[in-house]
Design a protein around this ligand. Structure first.
Ligand code: ADP
Ligand code: ZN
Length: 432
């Protein structure tokens, strides 16, 4: 189901015209109201009038996470405090959290784009949305909440954690849609299976999973164990929170709500704009955000634009699921490694669970990568020899994919910490 058919199926020319108008207004607003941007635009030799269409966006300077941190907490606000109705911060996964402000209109926009995202997974007013994203300063909980409200679904604001209660509510309130991080959904599956719950007999039909990178193989695992359709939802506090984009049921990339958020891909080293199909850093300009508008924000998320049209009928630009963040990319002896690449390998191997952690250490000048992965219950009693064979076969699969040497260690079931929110996959002990 397409939530806003008119806006989600615009022709290219109509969309470009709308984006151009919005961008022109946005530039004038940020120039007139945020000293940081006035200075930046002035010093790049531009005037707001020089931005005449969406194609002029390339002339604008970038905004970085450090710019936001330097202007913490309210230096990037474009409106006075009486216009602010809500404030959120990012989770702080990579350092000091950044702040997003919302006017009434921003909350309207958020509700609209989140309604679109929930509609991707088939949510209607007849659905019961169990919202297991954290409520609070984190955008996940309230963002999904506003979207579900907009649709008129019955939203259960259970927030993250308290897994047994989640499972009780899921059964008793007959949840049809679940929203949480992909790693938490697997934890729900694990605890539910232990309690003897048959997920396939529950009315659960779909889930919007996001806030952290996950692979296609993990998707299959979630779909099989929970008996639902698992779709990827993407967003970040700086732009709006969840609701920047979502996969449709064709699962061929995340549709970006590009009448609100304009995406570009750049080479993270040179800043050069890359064409569709080439992998780089996602940059987003907010076209409509009032309180904390951002020009060409460097998300540090790595992906690519997908060329061509999607079968679902939407004309919005699609991005490949996020491979990881530039911050998460490990450079091991000159080779770029994302945790999701290792995950893709692990999930296909029998005898292990999809719970893993990557430990990076440095001995002398050499980086050593160790993958710790849980064996499943059936394997514990196996002879050491068989476990060693399994370890070495995992090792050779990873090595042939990455082209570097790694260590693999099977660990006892349930020894790797479970997360209720974003999973921590990498422990970097290198002190660099
Ligand atoms: P933080 O950067 O502190 O984690 P947020 O809580 O705002 O801040 O989370 C936004 C970030 O989470 C994104 O920039 C991205 O790195 C990650 N993220 C969100 N959704 C997804 C997704 N579907 N796939 C991969 N990563 C995601
Ligand atoms: Zn589609």
């Amino acid at each position: 189901m397409i939530w806003n058919r008119e806006r989600e199926t615009l022709s290219d020319s109509k969309k470009e015209a709308i984006q151009g108008e919005l961008l022109k207004n946005q530039i004038k607003r940020v120039y007139g109201s945020i000293p940081f941007y006035k200075e930046k635009i002035d010093s790049s030799g531009l005037t707001p009038e020089m931005i005449m269409s969406i194609f002029d966006i390339k002339k604008l300077p970038f905004t970085t996470k450090d710019d936001l941190r330097d202007n913490y907490p309210f230096g990037m606000f474009a409106v006075s405090t009486d216009k602010i109705v809500e404030i959120h911060t990012s989770s702080g996964t990579t350092g000091k959290p950044v702040v997003g402000g919302y006017t009434k209109k921003d909350i309207e926009i958020w509700s609209e784009v989140m309604a679109r995202c929930l509609a991707f997974s088939g949510t209607t007013e007849n659905d019961v949305v169990q919202n297991a994203y954290g409520y609070g300063l984190f955008t996940g909980g309230l963002g999904v909440h506003y979207g579900a409200r907009r649709i008129g679904a019955n939203v259960i604001p259970i927030s993250g954690g308290n897994t047994k209660r989640q499972l009780m509510v899921m059964q008793d309130f007959k949840s049809t849609i679940i929203t949480c991080t992909p790693s938490y959904s697997l934890y729900l599956a694990e605890v539910g299976e232990e309690m003897g719950i048959d997920f396939k007999s529950l009315p659960l039909k779909a889930g919007n999973f996001g806030a952290e990178p996950w692979s296609n193989n993990i998707r299959k695992e979630i779909e099989n164990r929970l008996g639902l359709l698992a779709l990827d939802i993407y967003g970040l506090t700086e732009i709006i929170g969840p609701g920047v984009g979502n996969e449709c049921r064709y699962k061929c990339g995340v549709h970006i709500c590009d009448d609100h958020f304009y995406p570009e891909i750049i080479d993270p080293d040179t800043g050069e704009v890359l064409p569709p199909g080439e992998v780089g850093e996602l940059v987003i300009t907010t076209l409509t955000r009032e309180a904390t508008p951002l020009l060409r924000y460097r998300t540090r998320d790595i992906t690519k634009l997908i060329p061509g049209r999607c079968q679902c009928g939407r004309t919005s630009v699609r991005i490949e699921r996020i491979m990881g963040r530039t911050d998460d990319m490990l450079i091991i002896r000159g080779v770029n490694v994302f945790p999701t690449q290792i995950e893709e390998v692990l999930v296909n191997i029998k005898g292990i669970e999809p719970h893993y952690q990557i430990i990076v250490e440095r001995t002398g000048t050499l980086d050593q990568l160790e993958v710790q992965v849980e064996m499943n219950e059936n394997l514990i009693s196996d002879e050491i020899r068989r476990l060693e064979i399994l370890e070495s076969s995992i090792r050779s699969e990873i090595e042939s994919l990455l082209g570097i040497k790694v260590k693999v260690k099977l660990v006892e079931p349930k020894t790797i910490a479970r997360s209720e929110g974003k999973a921590k996959r990498v422990i970097d002990k290198r002190n660099i």
